[in-house]
Design a protein around this ligand. Structure first.
Ligand code: SAM
Length: 621
């Protein structure tokens, strides 16, 4: 049936586009008029919205709802001009809410385009990315909701639970199911306890329809109650009389629960990096993004999620926290960058120190938690207020406990909680007693001196005494002469005294500044020639030759590569990240060690750090 519905919807879109066509071609999907993609997108959205409304209308009619027109206008976001086309016969009425959901997912995952003069519906993630709309599998939504409600312990019949950014209401349905399993009447839970919001009209219509499908009888009185509980609002914007914004959330919304009123909130919030994409229209259109960023930074509402490049999921978490009662419970699925990324540091510290993070479950990118999208993800649960003591971590189906004390000791600057196994945490703890690279007073850890953009004019193809070394020339064991570039002597005059006395004409230990985060071996250190000039696509360590020889051995080991990867969440190798690497007592290292394989080196280094054979294997590249 769903395929029939999709093809019916597609037929309607094509006929709508063709109604603008000058020539009446005989072929069904042939088109001769010039029509832009933006207009096609508009027609697609409008036709899809009307098609859903047609289905909703049929549902209400078959359920013998009185005053259907009033209900459509009052409760569903129905454009008055929607047409009630007859729909395919033999439709199972009780399945209409589900069909509407499938249709909306199909809409989010496709677009209408013109190919070879013909209109076609093709797969596309454009809508999905624009709306940040990836829906959660029902079983996962239910687990999150159940766990969140269980964390509340005792609660009374007045409990309030919000599905924030509900989409088609997967969490909303799970709230009803979970409350029913706790002895609530389905209808009572719908009318008294469950709340939802989203900014996508069509998705919200579907959540509202689902809510109606849980009622024994649909009446205007109940519709009035539900229209205050499932609302079309921007969950990230608060109403401000001085700067009123469309769909801003008002403190009077949700019967006054917006300000710290909910007992529990569950969500798969939108994920969108607020980075202007000039080629796109819609949510990520450059002007739109700039306006959003400016609002979030200036609103005085957000304190923890406005550092660096903004991301909607971090703002959503801060917004949800503000809607939660003290001691209220939060259950969220979001990107695992929350517990690793530098840009999430302020929010992460707030979650860990001013709230009680109860549990984090990590899922690798390949776990396919969502249809059509792969993303390293985590599910965390939190109690508002209080502070974190121990966190229950689940990774690869095994669970263990991590103390916040250990997080503070291991990652004192940014409080990362990496998605690693229990055994890996134990290795980290073993490494924690070591000095850090930044504490080696004789070593300088810097970025290459020649900025390839700023100092381009000093680069030449004519031979000079100074070879230019770019990051891409750094191989596994040596520098490869790939580019045949040199640096003119004038460049040396632009350098600081400090550089000239410590780094210039010195043999340095160098690595790439950019290395793909998926690459198994990210740290590759080699020695450069003393006369080499390093581009800023390299990092270098300079200092006395004995220490550098020892660091060469250490930094090429699998162990330090493993440690580096734990907290590196992007494709850069930053000096501040190298600074954090644990350095064993250098007196223990034989700088003249010769080794014939990586395994031999790893075994030598692993033993110096007190690792067992199993631990050495675990960290091997
Ligand atoms: C990742 S989807 C999740 C949907 C649903 N919670 C689920 O898991 O199936 C995120 C949802 O956030 C909605 N959304 C995006 N920005 C929003 C905002 N500012 N306020 C409310 N909802 C928003 C999108 O329309 C989309 O439905």
């Amino acid at each position: 049936m769903i395929n029939q519905l999709i093809s019916e919807e597609t037929k309607r879109i094509i006929s709508s586009v063709k109604s603008k066509d000058d020539v009446n071609s005989t072929l069904d999907n042939e088109i001769s008029t010039e029509i832009g993609q933006a207009e096609l997108n508009d027609i697609f959205r409008t036709t899809h919205a009307h098609f859903l409304l047609d289905l909703i209308y049929i549902y209400l009619k078959e359920k013998h709802v009185a005053d259907i027109e009033e209900v459509m206008g009052l409760y569903f976001f129905a454009n008055k001009n929607y047409q009630r086309h007859p729909i395919i016969s033999c439709i199972d009425i009780d399945k209409i809410p589900q069909y509407c959901e499938y249709l909306h997912i199909a809409f989010l995952n496709s677009k209408i385009a013109i190919q070879g003069g013909k209109l076609v519906r093709q797969k596309s993630k454009e809508h999905l990315i624009e709306l940040g709309a990836v829906y959660t599998k029902e079983s996962i939504a239910y687990d999150i909701v159940k766990n969140t409600i269980d964390n509340l312990g005792q609660f009374d019949s007045g409990i309030s639970i919000l599905d924030f950014a509900c989409g088609t209401g997967r969490f909303y349905e799970a709230i009803i199911k979970a409350l029913v399993s706790k002895g609530f009447e389905k209808e009572t839970a719908v009318l008294n306890n469950a709340y939802a919001l989203d900014i996508d009209k069509e998705a919200l219509n579907i959540t509202r329809l689902k809510a109606l499908s849980f009622l024994d009888e649909i009446t205007l009185e109940k519709i009035n109650i539900l229209s205050k509980k499932i609302i079309l609002k921007n969950g990230l914007v608060r109403y401000n009389i001085l700067d009123p914004q469309k769909e801003a959330l008002d403190y009077k919304d949700f019967e006054g629960h917006v300000k710290s009123g909910f007992d529990a909130i569950v969500s798969n919030p939108p994920y969108l990096v607020l980075k202007a994409n000039k080629s796109k229209a819609g949510l990520s259109d450059a002007k739109n993004i700039a306006q959003m960023v400016s609002y979030f930074k200036k609103s005085n509402f957000y304190k923890y999620s406005i550092e660096g490049m903004l991301n909607l999921y971090q703002l959503s978490i801060e917004s949800m926290l503000a809607m939660l009662k003290n001691k209220g419970e939060l259950g969220v699925i979001c990107p695992s960058t929350l517990f690793a990324d530098l840009s999430a540091t302020k929010l992460r510290k707030h979650l860990l120190t001013s709230n009680k993070i109860r549990s984090i479950k990590f899922y690798a990118e390949k776990s396919s938690l969502f249809e059509n999208v792969s993303q390293a993800t985590n599910i965390f649960s939190l109690q508002k207020g209080d502070t974190t003591n121990t966190i229950s971590i689940t990774k690869d189906n095994s669970s263990f406990t991590v103390n916040l004390k250990d997080v503070r000791t291991l990652f004192p600057s940014n409080y990362e909680v990496p998605g690693i196994s229990n055994k890996e945490w134990n290795i980290l703890i073993k490494l924690s007693s070591c000095n850090k690279l930044k504490n080696l007073s004789t070593i300088r850890n810097k970025r290459g001196e020649l900025d390839l953009t700023l100092y381009k004019k000093f680069i030449t193809k004519s031979t000079t005494p100074f070879r230019l070394v770019r990051g891409n020339m750094i191989g596994n064991n040596s520098i490869k002469d790939l580019n045949g570039e040199y640096v003119t002597e004038d460049f040396i005059k632009t350098r600081s005294k400090e550089y000239l006395s410590h780094d210039f004409q010195k043999t340095r230990l160098i690595c790439q500044q950019i290395s793909n985060s998926d690459c198994p071996r990210r740290l590759k250190f080699v020695f450069c020639e003393s006369s080499d000039i390093l581009a800023n696509s390299c990092n270098y360590l300079s200092g006395d030759s004995e220490t550098l020889k020892k660091l060469y051995i250490l930094l090429n080991s699998s162990l330090l590569n493993w440690r580096f990867k734990i907290t590196s969440s992007n494709n850069h190798i930053n000096n501040y990240e190298l600074d954090e690497l644990p350095v064993v007592d250098l007196n223990m290292i034989n700088g003249n060690l010769s080794f014939s394989s990586q395994k031999e080196l790893d075994s030598y280094i692993g033993k110096l750090y007190g690792l067992t054979d199993e631990e050495i294997m675990l960290t091997a590249i």
